[in-house]
Design a protein around this ligand. Structure first.
Ligand SMILES: NC(=O)c1ccc[n+]([C@@H]2O[C@H](COP(=O)([O-])OP(=O)(O)OC[C@H]3O[C@@H](n4cnc5c(N)ncnc54)[C@H](O)[C@@H]3O)[C@@H](O)[C@H]2O)c1
Length: 262
């Protein structure tokens, strides 16, 4: 097999690229030759992350965006267009975590989570499809959904609602964009060790009693461990690669087998 960089010179915009899964994806796509744009609301962390990638000899830059805001997303698309004139790959990864229960949730909190986690991906796709149409080979959109978009979950009402919408947004968008040869897919991660899964007391979810009991001891995750960002980056790379040229509208669970159990 050739060792050529398989995403050479492809422009890849990764929302939430500053840390966690987004950074893991940026690192993998950059290693495959992509020009990576870490688009994040946390500009300082994104800038430092892009510098780390550049220090490894990769092409990476940071740009500021709030995916919850129309004009901010429009500015991001303009900046990418000015500098690169196209975009091959969009990774809709940014989201916020939040506990919400139907009995106690404030409607403002619900709307904020939907505005970012659900509408953010739609907003980004609307702004970037014209730029993806200007690209040559390898036009891709990959959305980061969640196992919570496929299953019910207690105390996660707004987040799970948004992720469920991302799942069907992926399918509908794939149908809209098939004539443009733009493949649209999603991954549905299970548990992943990132800053999002650090608990308020600073401990990691994988160290909690409930995780060890339910998911490890009783095997609700057949692979019996948390995932890490590199575990997510591989499948996302596959979906961005030429090998996935006949794959669209699919949701790939990347969860250590959790969704294969009851
Ligand atoms: N960590 C998990 O266990 C897990 C599981 C399933 C799905 N996911 C999903 O994976 C994706 C990445 O999560 P993570 O765990 O890496 O989270 P994280 O909190 O570590 O990183 C999220 C990144 O998104 C950025 N961000 C947040 N709001 C933004 C906004 N409005 N505009 C632009 N950037 C914004 C943050 O600054 C941060 O850099 C999310 O879509 C999340 O829902 C995570």
């Amino acid at each position: 097999m050739s060792n050529d960089k398989r995403l050479k010179d492809r422009v890849a915009v990764i929302t939430g690229g500053a840390q966690g899964i987004g950074f893991g994806v940026a690192e993998r796509l950059a290693a495959e030759g992509a020009i990576t744009i870490l688009a994040d609301v946390n500009t300082a962390v994104a800038t430092e992350a892009a510098q780390r990638l550049a220090g490894q000899g990769y092409r990476a830059e940071a740009l500021s965006v709030d995916i919850g805001d129309d004009s901010s997303v429009a500015e991001l698309a303009k900046a990418v267009d000015r500098k690169h004139g196209r975009c091959e790959i969009l990774i809709n990864n940014a989201a916020i975590g939040a506990d919400t229960h139907i009995a106690t949730m404030k409607i403002e909190d619900y709307h904020r989570i939907i505005r970012i986690n659900q509408d953010g991906a739609v907003r980004m796709a609307m702004a970037f499809v014209p730029l993806i149409r200007k690209a040559g080979e390898g036009r891709r959109i990959v959305n980061v959904a969640s196992i919570q978009g496929l299953r019910g979950w207690p105390n996660q009402l707004a987040y799970a609602t948004a992720k469920g919408a991302i799942v069907n947004f992926t399918r509908a968008l794939a149908c809209d964009l098939a004539p443009d040869n733009i493949m649209v897919n999603a991954i549905a991660p299970g548990f992943v060790d990132t800053p999002m899964s650090i608990l308020p007391d600073g401990s990691h979810e994988y160290d909690s009693d409930w995780f060890r009991d339910i998911y490890v001891k009783y095997g609700r995750i057949p692979l019996r461990r948390f995932g890490n960002p590199a575990d997510m980056a591989g499948p996302i790379f596959f979906l961005c690669s030429d090998d996935a040229r006949y794959v669209t509208g699919q949701i790939l669970s990347v969860d250590g087998g959790a969704s294969a159990t009851f």
